[in-house]
Write a protein that binds this ligand. Structure first.
Ligand code: HPA
Ligand code: ZN
Length: 326
C-alpha cells in the first residue's frame, strides 16, 4: 500500500505516549528476573495473551503490574531508550512523552531514580540522531489531589526538564475539577497543561478540563461527539485532541476501527492528531496507528497530511523549531 509506505517515512510528531506503556514484554520479563519479582506470567506468550481488555480499568491493572519491574536508574534508561529507538524507526522527529511519577513514588522509587534514567536516554538520542523530546508529568486521577500536589512539590529539582503536567488513569468518577488546585499551581510554575478527558468519561469532563484545568490539549476527547455545543467550541478554540486509534479499539471505546470517529472529527474541523498511547499494550507504535486508519477508514492522503501537520502545530515545540518542519 503506497499510502502506508508514504506515511511511514514522513517526519511525524507524537503527543500522547505513556513511557510506562511502552514497556515491551521482553524487557518486562528481563527486569522481573533481574530483580526477582514474581509476575503472573510464565513466558512472553502468556504476557501477550493477557492483553485482552474489556475497558480502561482492566488495562490499567496490567499496566501498573508491568511497571512494578522498573526499579533502578538503568531500568528507566532502558525503557526510554527502547522507545526512542522506535521513534527513529517510525521517523517520529519530535515526541512529548508522559510519565507517571506516582506509579513509582508509591513503590518507594523517587524522582532521583527515574529522572536521571530518562534524561540519559533522551540526551543520547538527541546526540546520536537529533531526536527532539519533551517530558509531561502526569498525575494519577484515582489518587487524591493532595498526592498530586506532593508529586508536584517532589519534582522541584526537575522542573526545568518538564514542559507540562497531565492527568491520566481511571477516568470515571475522577472528574477534572478534582485537580483544579494542583493545575493552578502548575500554571503558576510556568508549566503547560494537558489532561485525559472524554476517553471513557463523558463530554462534560472535556468541558471540565478546559474550564477548570485550563488545558492546552485534550488527551483522547473522542466523546466530544456527544455534545454539539462542545464540538462547536472545539472547532472555534482549536484545542488539539490527541486521539489514539489502536488504544480506543483495544479498550472498547469503539468496537471496531471502522466505527472510530477520528475522520468525522477531522472533517468537522477539529484539531485532531494521531498517537499510540501505550504501544506495547495496544498492539502498535505510531506508524501502526496510521496504518490501522488507512486499513479501516476511507482516509485520503490530504487527511493524513492534515493529521501530521496538526501534530506539529499542537506540539509544545518553539515556533522556530516548528518552522524547521512545516
Ligand atoms: N487512559 C488513562 N490512563 C492511562 C492511559 C489511558 O489511555 N494510558 C496510561 N494511563
Ligand atoms: Zn493515555
Amino acid at each position: 500500500n503506497e499510502l502506508k509506505k508514504w506515511v511511514s517515512v514522513l517526519p511525524k510528531v507524537e503527543l500522547h505516549l505513556h513511557i510506562e506503556g511502552s514497556l515491551e514484554p521482553e524487557l518486562m520479563m528481563t527486569l522481573a528476573k533481574k530483580h526477582q519479582i514474581k509476575l503472573p506470567y510464565a513466558n512472553i506468550e502468556e504476557v501477550k495473551s493477557a492483553y485482552n481488555f474489556d475497558n480502561l480499568q482492566s488495562f490499567l491493572d496490567l499496566y501498573y503490574l508491568g511497571a512494578s519491574v522498573l526499579k533502578d536508574e538503568d531500568d528507566f534508561y532502558q525503557l526510554m531508550w527502547n522507545y526512542l529507538l522506535k521513534c527513529k524507526e517510525d521517523n517520529v522527529v519530535h515526541v512529548e512523552i508522559m510519565f507517571d511519577p506516582q506509579t513509582h513514588t508509591e513503590r518507594g522509587i523517587g524522582f532521583d531514580v527515574f529522572m536521571p534514567g530518562f534524561k540519559r536516554a533522551i540526551q543520547q538520542a538527541q546526540q546520536q540522531w537529533g531526536q527532539s523530546c519533551l517530558l509531561i508529568m502526569s498525575f494519577l486521577r484515582h489518587l487524591t489531589e493532595q498526592s498530586a500536589i506532593e508529586t508536584l512539590q517532589a519534582s522541584t529539582a526537575y522542573l526545568k526538564d518538564i514542559i507540562a503536567v497531565g492527568l491520566d488513569s481511571g477516568e470515571l468518577g475522577n472528574p477534572p475539577e478534582k485537580f483544579t488546585q494542583v493545575f493552578k499551581m502548575a500554571k503558576e510554575l510556568g508549566l503547560k497543561r494537558v489532561a485525559h478527558a472524554g476517553e471513557e468519561g463523558p463530554a462534560d469532563y472535556i468541558w471540565g478540563a478546559i474550564n477548570a484545568l485550563d488545558v492546552h490539549r485534550i488527551d483522547h476527547g473522542v466523546r466530544s461527539i456527544d455534545d454539539p455545543q462542545l464540538i462547536a467550541h472545539l472547532i472555534d478554540s482549536q484545542h488539539p485532541l490527541t486521539v489514539c486509534p489502536l488504544s480506543n479499539t483495544k479498550l472498547k471505546v469503539f468496537d471496531h476501527m471502522q466505527e472510530h470517529n477520528i475522520l468525522t472529527l477531522l472533517d468537522l474541523g477539529l484539531m485532531v492528531t494521531v498517537n499510540a498511547d501505550d504501544p506495547s499494550y495496544f498492539g502498535g507504535y505510531l506508524n501502526d496507528n496510521y496504518h490501522a486508519l488507512i486499513d479501516h477508514l476511507p482516509i485520503e492522503k490530504h487527511h493524513l497530511e492534515q493529521l501530521v501537520k496538526n501534530s506539529f502545530n499542537a506540539s509544545f515545540m518553539t515556533t522556530e523549531h516548528k518552522q524547521k518542519w512545516l
